[in-house]
Design a protein around this ligand. Structure first.
Ligand code: NAD
Length: 310
């Protein structure tokens, strides 16, 4: 079956996406640097619009997308697409939840190890000509308690990887947790308060919703061990950054690593002035494998929708 549809790809995505769609007869226009103004002029000519993170599909753009049947995000979160409004216009909004699972979970392991062994500081000091071996007395992950908040795709993948490092896994979610996963990792189920009180590391894997905005706030930080470390690779805004700054500065919290921020790009964020803080520029899903997987998932979903089976 060949589909005669027009597709506009607005952001840089894995080339597999264009090539699969073209093989199926779709006419693909690849404009990874398109500006909002240019997009506003062109969007009306396309049946399918594809974005990653750079482009935001606003209500105004959707109003102009009169031919559009599908908006696809090559990634997990739909923060940059007004999905509710698209639905009112009978536009399908799809994403690729599977793509980033392993990439984000591996980044969390990397950030935990970086915090435990102060790897960024060790690297910086040696480059500066300082051999501070005696100051760099680290800790190990094995035997420590990892509290995972949100046990969806990424939270569960992290649980499995961390279990392989002999960490004890504590989990909290607002929906029932997958029993197979619980059994596999020997999950200790807890409410959020107990999880925060008991964990050496806390990692967030929740979407940003009204109910998760500042989920980890000043009060919750006081529940945590003074040596505990918190990692956020989910969405900026789920941790209160002001409260985090105060907790790290006063020594009420052991350390933190953030990949996501309230305001991005997080250039000049004052958290970066603290020694017990590590940051990365929203690179959770930034692996070749994750991008290729997400591109393949989106291509497959588009073809299935056009075939009428999804
Ligand atoms: P998912 O939907 O599979 O899982 C999210 C889980 O959070 C669900 O089980 C849900 O019930 C739970 N949850 C919702 N509200 C909660 C609350 N108040 N308390 C506890 N649990 C709650 O999503 P996922 O694919 O695992 O992604 C998790 C997060 O990671 C999302 O915010 C996503 O946008 C983000 N993400 C970040 C990157 C990155 O580059 N850093 C990449 C991919 C995904």
């Amino acid at each position: 079956m060949s589909f005669n549809q027009t597709v506009l790809i607005c952001d840089q995505v894995d080339p597999a996406l264009s090539s699969i769609l073209q093989k199926n007869g779709l006419q693909v226009t690849y404009e990874p640097q398109i500006t909002p103004d240019e997009l506003a002029k062109k969007i009306g000519s396309y049946d399918i619009v594809i974005v990653r993170s750079r482009t935001t599909i606003t209500k105004e753009l959707i109003e102009r997308a009169t031919k559009c049947k599908i908006i696809a995000r090559v990634g997990v979160g739909l923060d940059n697409v007004d999905a509710e409004f698209a639905k009112t216009k009978n536009i399908r909004v799809i994403n690729a939840v599977e793509g980033a699972m392993n990439a984000v979970a591996e980044l969390v392991i990397g950030l935990m190890l970086a915090l435990a062994r102060e790897i960024p500081r060790a690297d910086r000091e040696l480059r500066d000509g300082k051999w501070i071996k005696k100051e760099l007395m680290g800790t190990e992950l094995a035997g420590k308690y990892l509290g995972i908040v949100g046990l969806g795709n990424i939270g569960k993948r992290l649980g499995r990887l961390a279990r392989a490092l002999n960490m004890n896994i504590i989990g909290y979610d607002v929906i029932p947790i997958d029993p197979e996963f619980s059994k596999e990792v020997g999950l200790i189920k807890a409410d959020l308060d107990t999880l925060l009180q008991s964990s050496d590391y806390v990692s967030l894997h929740v979407p940003l919703l009204d109910s998760t905005k500042n989920l980890i706030n000043a009060r919750r930080m006081t529940q945590m061990k003074k040596t505990a470390k918190i990692i956020n690779t989910s969405r900026g805004g789920t941790i209160d950054e002001e409260a985090l700054y105060e907790a790290l500065k006063s020594g009420n919290l052991g350390g933190a690593a953030l990949d996501v921020f309230e305001k991005e790009p997080a250039i000049g964020n004052r958290l970066a002035s603290l020694p017990n803080f590590i940051c990365t520029p929203h690179i959770g899903a930034q692996t070749k494998e994750a991008q290729s997987l997400a591109a393949n998932v989106i291509a497959e979903k588009i073809i299935q929708i056009l075939r009428g089976v999804l």
